[in-house]
Design a protein around this ligand. Structure first.
Ligand SMILES: Nc1ncnc2c1ncn2[C@@H]1O[C@H](COP(=O)(O)OP(=O)(O)O)[C@@H](O)[C@H]1O
Ligand SMILES: [Mg+2]
Length: 266
């Protein structure tokens, strides 16, 4: 059985009294244990789709099933990491993580929550920074806290919306490798839906890529590399280059359609 089934989701936003169609009969499914990425140009509906999976956005039509049951609201089975770190600025890294743990498990004893928070902060490489406030941490470190907070809630499904979109190129690579490593060993998170517009990131991390076009999935692309994955080994292969070219051509087709059918050569 599929872990997640998105069935014919349509979603309209009201903007200044006008109805705007953001998703149009979007459908896809994700198996348990899979890492899938939604890729597409800005504005194609990736965040809206992830919002529906998280239960924060309500579709006008269609439904999302998790383990066969329709979801209608957020739940502790789904952890979300956004592009902006969304930490509480008046709380230390440790308190931000504890807050997440208490939210997911209301009755957890204080001591247990504290040691769980420390365990996850260590996992993301923040040992020694527990008592720092967000303003004392770099963007990459703040995103590590946000990841620690979400993983410490021990969800089965991880939803990530361009989580490395705001960090510099080097930190982005470090965080991607950290995420691959963490997920390889995490006992709770099994299924991941990841939003990005970065083709290399999509290939490095995913088992399947859904390219979004016309407010739904335009194409599904399988990523054949085995795990654990090592960036340099993958990026050096002909298979990788072919895959990258295939996805880039989908982006260019998109651009060509928007600017009136201009031909683009790769
Ligand atoms: N709250 C909102 N109200 C009105 N329009 C919105 C709202 N959120 C997103 N949109 C519009 O819906 C479309 C899809 O947005 P979004 O899902 O954020 O795209 P993406 O994440 O792929 O960049 C965009 O055209 C965006 O402007
Ligand atoms: Mg977005």
């Amino acid at each position: 059985m599929n872990k997640i089934e998105v069935i014919d989701i349509s979603l309209d936003y009201m903007d200044n009294g006008k109805r705007f169609h953001a998703l149009d009969r979007l459908s896809f499914s994700v198996k348990e244990g899979e890492f899938v990425s939604l890729i597409g140009s800005s504005g194609c509906g990736k965040s809206t789709a992830l919002g529906v999976l998280s239960g924060l956005n309500h579709p006008s039509e269609g439904k999302v099933l998790i383990d066969g049951h329709q979801i209608k609201s957020p739940g502790s089975d789904r952890g979300v990491v956004f592009q902006h770190y969304s930490l509480f600025p008046w709380m230390t890294a440790r308190c931000n993580v504890i807050l997440g743990i208490n939210h997911a498990r209301e009755k957890i004893p204080k001591r247990e929550a504290e040691s769980l928070a420390q365990e996850y902060l260590n996992k993301v490489g923040l040992e020694g920074f527990e008592n720092k406030y967000p303003y004392q941490l770099s963007g990459g470190m703040q995103q590590r806290v946000a990841i620690a907070r979400t993983l410490a809630m021990q969800p089965e499904i991880l939803l990530m919306d361009e989580p490395f979109g705001a960090v510099d190129a080097k930190n982005k690579m470090v965080l991607q490798d950290l995420l691959l490593n963490l997920l390889q060993r995490d006992e709770h998170v099994k299924t991941i839906v990841f939003v990005t517009h970065d083709v290399d990131e999509g290939i490095l991390l995913s088992d399947r890529i859904f390219f979004m076009n016309n407010k739904r999935i335009g194409q599904e692309i399988a990523v054949p590399f085995s795990r654990p994955r090592i960036r340099n080994e993958i990026f050096d292969t002909d298979e990788y280059r072919a895959l990258r070219r295939q996805i880039m051509s989908l982006f260019y087709q998109n651009v060509a359609n928007q600017i009136g059918g201009a031909e683009v050569y790769l």
